[in-house]
Design a protein around this ligand. Structure first.
Ligand SMILES: Nc1ncnc2c1ncn2[C@@H]1O[C@H](COP(=O)(O)OS(=O)(=O)O)[C@@H](OP(=O)(O)O)[C@H]1O
Length: 351
C-alpha cells in the first residue's frame, strides 16, 4: 500500500526512510480529514435515520413549520416551500400523544405557574388550556383528548393541567384506565389562603356574592363550618387523596408546595424535573423576582426571548378577612393537614 502510494504520489524515493514515512503519514491524514469533512452532512443524516438519538427541541432548526419568518416568506410567494429532508424526518417523528404526566390540582394552588415554568424545559410539551377531560368531557373519548395535545418527539413528555381533577371522584379510575403509569402532580397550598384565593376569583366574576365570612359558616353563632361550600371542601386534601390512593401508589404522586413555588421556584422545579425523569435544565438562572408583580417570573418564556410573568388573574390582592374567621378555619383544617402530612411524608408548614 505504502509503495503503491509512493508511486502514485511520486514521492522521491531518495528521501531518508523516516522522512518518507512522515510525509506519507501526513498525506494519509490529509486524505482522511478530507473524506471525513466531505461526508459529514450526509453521514449525520444517516446516523439520525439508522440510530435515532433522543432529539432535543432546542436543536430543532428554526425551519420548522410555524416559525413566523418562514411562514411570511412562503405566504408572500404563494408557494409553501418543501421542508428540508431533516425537517421532514422530524415532522414524521412528531405525534400527538396522551399525557404521561398530569397536574391534577389543586385549584388556586399555583398550577398555572408550575405548568408555565415546566414548559421552558425542552423535553416537556403541554397543552395551554385546561382540557377538563376526566371531569367534564370524558364522554368525548380518548381520541378527542389526544387530539388536544401538542405534537411531541419520542422522549418528550406531554402534559396538561386541570386542577379540578383532584376533587373529582371519577378522575383517579379514569386516569388509571388510560394508563396506570401516569405521573401525577399536585400543587398544594395552605387551605385557608387557598379558600380565600378561590373566593377572590369568584368575587371578581360575581361582585354581588355574600361575604367570605358568611359563606364560611353554616351557623355563625355555633361556629359550624359549611363543608359543602367548594372553597372549603377543596382544602380537605387528606380526604381527596384517599380516593387517589385507591388507584395510584403514593410514589406516583408528587406534592409540590405552592408556597415554595413562590419563595424558591427553582428548588421546587428541581424536584419536579427529578420526578419526571428529566435532566435538571430549569434552574434559578431562569427566574427573577418581579417587584411590581410581587412574584417570581421567567426571564424568558417558552419560545420567546422576553421576560414573562403570569397574567393579572394570578396573584390577585385578597380581600381582608375577619381574623377570628381565619383562626376558626385554621382550627378546622389542622387535623386534616396533619393527616395529609402523614400520608405524603411532607410537612408543608401551614400550622
Ligand atoms: N409566579 C407566580 N405568579 C403569579 N401567581 C403565582 C405564581 N406562583 C404561584 N402563584 C399563585 O398561583 C395562584 C393561582 O393558582 P392556579 O394557577 O392554580 O389557579 S387556577 O386554579 O388555575 O385558577 C395565585 O393565587 P392568587 O394569589 O390568589 O391569585 C398565586 O398566588
Amino acid at each position: 500500500m505504502g509503495q503503491r502510494l509512493n508511486r502514485c504520489l511520486d514521492v522521491p524515493v531518495a528521501l531518508p526512510p523516516l522522512r518518507r514515512r512522515l510525509l506519507l503519514l501526513s498525506i494519509m491524514l490529509f486524505l482522511w480529514l478530507y473524506m471525513f469533512y466531505s461526508c459529514a452532512g450526509s453521514c449525520a443524516g444517516l446516523a439520525a435515520a439508522g440510530h435515532p438519538r433522543r432529539p432535543r427541541s432546542p436543536a430543532l432548526p428554526p425551519l420548522l413549520p410555524g416559525e413566523p419568518a418562514k411562514r411570511t416568506a412562503w405566504r408572500s410567494s404563494g408557494q409553501r416551500p418543501t421542508p428540508q429532508p431533516h425537517v421532514q424526518l422530524l415532522q414524521r417523528l412528531r405525534h400527538k400523544r396522551l399525557p404521561q404526566a398530569i397536574i391534577i390540582g389543586v385549584k388556586k394552588g399555583g398550577t398555572r405557574a408550575l405548568l408555565e415554568f415546566l414548559r421552558v424545559h425542552p423535553d416537556v410539551r403541554a397543552v395551554g388550556a385546561e382540557p377538563h377531560f376526566f371531569d367534564r368531557n370524558y364522554e368525548r373519548g380518548l381520541a378527542w383528548y389526544r387530539d388536544l395535545m401538542p405534537k411531541t418527539l419520542e422522549g418528550q413528555i406531554t402534559m396538561e393541567k386541570t386542577p379540578s381533577y383532584f376533587v373529582t371522584k371519577e378522575a383517579p379510575a379514569r386516569i388509571s384506565s388510560m394508563s396506570k403509569g401516569t405521573k401525577l402532580i399536585v400543587v398544594v397550598r395552605d387551605p385557608v389562603t387557598r379558600a380565600i384565593s378561590d373566593y377572590t376569583q369568584t368575587l371578581s366574576k360575581k361582585p354581588d356574592i355574600p361575604t367570605f365570612e358568611s359563606l364560611t359558616f353554616k351557623n355563625r353563632t355555633t361556629g359550624l363550618i359549611d363543608t359543602s361550600w367548594s372553597a372549603i371542601q377543596i382544602g380537605i386534601y387528606a380526604k381527596h387523596l384517599e380516593n387517589w390512593l385507591l388507584y395510584f401508589p403514593i410514589g406516583q404522586i408528587l406534592f409540590v408546595s405552592g408556597e415554595r413555588l413562590i419563595s424558591d421556584p427553582a428548588g421546587e422545579l428541581g424536584r419536579v424535573q427529578d420526578f419526571l425523569g428529566l435532566k435538571r435544565i430549569i434552574t434559578d438562572k431562569h427566574f427573577y423576582f418581579n417587584k411590581t408583580k410581587g412574584f417570581p417570573c421567567l426571564k424568558k418564556a417558552e419560545g420567546s426571548s422576553k421576560p414573562h410573568c403570569l397574567g393579572k388573574t394570578k396573584g390577585r390582592t385578597h380581600p381582608d378577612i375577619d381574623q377570628e374567621v381565619v383562626q376558626r378555619l385554621r382550627d378546622f383544617y389542622r387535623p386534616f393537614n396533619m393527616k395529609f402530612y402523614q400520608m405524603t411524608g411532607q410537612d408543608f408548614g401551614w400550622d
